[in-house]
Structure formats: structure tokens, C-alpha cells
Write a protein that binds this ligand. Structure first.
Ligand SMILES: C[S@@+](CC[C@H](N)C(=O)[O-])C[C@H]1O[C@@H](n2cnc3c(N)ncnc32)[C@H](O)[C@@H]1O
Length: 364
């Protein structure tokens, strides 16, 4: 059986002596059957490589559900939820359960997931947790043709999109490529042949020192433009910063990070296919792309403010001391500034929906 290493090496050999890091990241994460997200490894949770907010506690998804309810209630019968990159499927299950409790189920819960393996895992999770709602859930292989009314969700999806890695040189912009040396993947940093990348990085030049290294998601504007929303809310949750913090002169090695068995490091050229590769999200770039796509940038806050505004609170009997303390610990992980509370941000984009949003009442 072909391994991911030999598959990528073959591509490098066939296309010349190198590929861009963008292509490398794309192959490493998403090659069908072999990539990190496309093969069968555990990934999420204590036994995997990293843990996301919906895996920490269902209370996270209950808060998202309450934000969805506000939109679904305004739209009445036809409200739809579309979730991108649904991971293990647990967020979808917990959102549906909470919306059922609130008597606000969407007409359909759509999932767009690029990994066939994760699609199967999501189905198994949803069949186990919400078997009676399975008929409302549909996996899409591509974006719907008509725009929907309702909510579009993406939790920790944008950080998993392939990025270009660049270095700002005195006269030019260099790009990180990946080549093979003595059978190992090795960096090659060469003047970029990608005009779009050169132009985007040149715009950053006035604020950055020569030699500055970082990443950029050039596919983001097209992704935002493609979101099929007629009326309602797009809720994007991820770790990241606005432009001035993202491209801060002191953040001169970028934000690329790999997750392997709960260890983080910055070398994407090892453990290929076995580790997650991510880059932080530039929320200013999302806002700019949204405005260009005729969406309204309705609000922006950090995860702690969002969850507290959306009613995050323990729901376990304090007499059950062990379970209560466990849940208190989970809440701390979600909201403490030293954990996920400050680094993770929530951005709300809207179309034809102007009421103040429940989860953003503490947004500054
Ligand atoms: C870090 S995981 C997060 C999973 C889940 N949302 C959670 O919070 O646990 C990233 C997810 O996004 C999916 N993904 C990445 N790019 C995508 C895209 N362009 N469209 C749809 N899904 C995507 C991955 O396959 C994976 O399910």
C-alpha cells in the first residue's frame, strides 16, 4: 500500500524538484485515504492529538445552539443549519439535542465535510446520540446551489485550511517550498513564482522588518464569497487575531503549529499524515472578505465573552461533587484567558438580519 510520504515524494518528483508548502499542507492533511484528516486515525479527544471545544463539554455546543435558536426563531419554519468540517460529529449532536429541548429544531442540519472518513464517523456519532433526528441530517458533497436561510457554522475549520508560508526579503518576497534531500522532506526558500502571494505580502511590507516569516490563507476570500447565505448568520470560531496582532513585527516566525499526541511543535515536515498542521486565523482578512461578499460584519468577540453571553453555566447537581467539579474544570478550560477564552475568537457575519445577537452582548 502506498504511504503518504511516498505519494507526496512522487508528486514532488513528477512536478520538478519541489512543491509549495501550500500544496504540501494540502496533501498532508487531505489526500483521500492517506491525509491526516482523510485517513482513519483518532485525531480528536484525549486519545487523539488535540481537543476542540465541543469535545471538552456539551455546554459549548449548547451555547452555539442558543445563538442558532435566535436566528431560527426569526426565520420560522424554513431555518437550516449548515456546519462545515464537523469533526467527530459531537457538536452537531449536542446542538440538535439542545435545539430539541428548546423546541426550535431546524428543518435540516446539513454537514459539508471534505474527509470521507470523518463523514462516516459523524454519521456514527449522530446515529448514536440523536437517532430520532437522523432524517433531518444530510451530508453534502458540495455547496448547495440555492442560498439558505438560517445559520452557517465552522468551529476550528479555517485553521485547518492550507496556507502559503512566506518570507519578506529586502527586494522581493520568498516562498517556502518543500523538496526532498536524502529521502527526507526539506525546506527550500526561494523567490515566489506566485504573483498573488507577492502582491499580498508586499501590502504588509510597510509594517514588517526584512526577514519576517509568516503565513497567509489566500483561499479565504473565495471561501467566504462561496458561503450560501440568503438570510441569517455565519458564525466562525477559531484561534487567531486581527491583522495588526497577526502580522505583529515580533511574531516573526509565523503561527504554523503541529499537533501530535497532545504535543505541539513547529515542524510540519515530520510525522507526515500522522499530525495535524494548522495556522492561526486572520480575522481582519475574514472581515474584509465578508464586506467584499456583501455580508455584514455584525460582531466579533472572544470565546469567553461569547459563551458567557450565550448562557454558559453548570447544569449538574452540586451534590454530585465529582461530576460537578469535572464540569467546573471544563468551563474553566473554555473561558479562562490562559486557556481558550482569549485566544479563540467568534466572528458573526450576517445577511438580512439586523437584530442584536445573543452571544455578542459583551462584545467590546
Ligand atoms: C480541527 S478539525 C475541527 C472539527 C470540529 N469542527 C471540532 O470543532 O471538533 C477541522 C475539520 O474541518 C474539516 N475541513 C477542513 N477544511 C474543510 C473545508 N474546506 N470544507 C469542509 N470541511 C473542512 C476537517 O476535515 C475537519 O473535520
Amino acid at each position: 500500500m502506498k504511504t503518504l510520504n511516498s505519494y507526496i515524494k512522487q508528486i514532488i518528483n513528477e512536478t520538478g524538484s519541489r512543491i509549495s508548502f501550500y500544496e504540501f499542507m494540502n496533501h498532508a492533511l487531505y489526500t483521500p485515504g492517506l491525509g491526516y484528516y482523510s485517513a482513519g486515525s483518532r485525531k480528536f479527544g484525549v486519545e487523539g492529538d488535540f481537543i476542540t471545544a465541543p469535545e471538552i463539554s456539551p455546554l459549548f455546543s449548547h451555547c452555539i445552539a442558543r445563538q442558532c435558536q435566535q436566528i431560527l426563531a426569526a426565520i420560522e419554519e424554513n431555518g437550516i443549519i449548515l456546519e462545515f468540517g464537523a469533526g467527530s460529529g459531537i457538536m452537531a449532536a449536542d446542538i440538535l439535542q439542545e435545539l430539541e429541548n428548546l423546541d426550535s429544531l431546524p428543518k435540516k442540519y446539513l454537514i459539508l465535510e471534505i474527509s470521507a472518513d470523518l463523514q462516516q464517523r459523524q454519521r456514527a456519532t449522530l446515529e448514536k446520540h440523536v437517532p430520532h433526528l437522523i432524517d433531518r441530517i444530510e451530508w453534502l458533497q458540495q455547496l448547495p446551489e440555492t442560498k439558505l436561510q438560517g445559520v452557517i457554522l465552522a468551529n476550528e475549520v479555517l485553521d485547518a485550511m492550507p496556507v502559503h508560508r512566506f518570507r519578506l526579503d529586502e527586494q522581493d518576497v520568498s516562498e517556502f517550498y518543500v523538496s526532498i534531500e536524502e529521502s527526507e522532506f526539506k525546506w527550500q526558500i526561494l523567490p515566489t513564482e506566485n504573483e498573488e502571494l507577492r502582491e499580498a505580502v508586499e501590502k504588509l511590507r510597510p509594517n514588517l522588518p526584512v526577514g519576517y516569516i509568516s503565513e497567509i490563507n489566500l483561499a479565504l476570500p473565495a471561501w467566504i464569497q462561496s458561503l450560501p447565505l440568503a438570510t441569517g448568520l455565519i458564525l466562525l470560531i477559531d484561534y487567531g487575531f486581527p491583522n495588526n496582532e497577526y502580522y505583529h513585527p515580533q511574531r516573526n516566525e509565523g503561527t504554523l503549529m503541529c499537533h501530535y499526541r497532545h504535543q505541539t511543535h513547529d515542524n510540519p515536515l515530520i510525522n507526515v499524515g500522522l499530525q495535524d498542521i494548522t495556522a492561526h486565523v486572520n480575522f481582519t482578512a475574514i472581515a474584509d472578505a465578508a464586506i467584499a461578499a456583501n455580508l455584514k460584519v455584525a460582531s466579533y468577540t472572544n470565546q469567553a465573552n461569547f459563551l458567557l453571553a450565550a448562557g454558559l453555566a453548570p447544569n449538574i447537581d452540586p451534590d454530585d461533587t465529582k461530576a460537578y467539579l469535572q464540569q467546573a474544570q471544563q468551563i474553566k478550560t473554555l473561558v479562562l484567558p490562559s486557556e481558550m477564552g482569549e485566544l479563540f475568537k467568534v466572528m458573526a457575519l450576517t445577511a438580512n438580519f439586523d437584530s442584536p445577537l445573543l452571544g455578542f452582548k459583551y462584545a467590546r
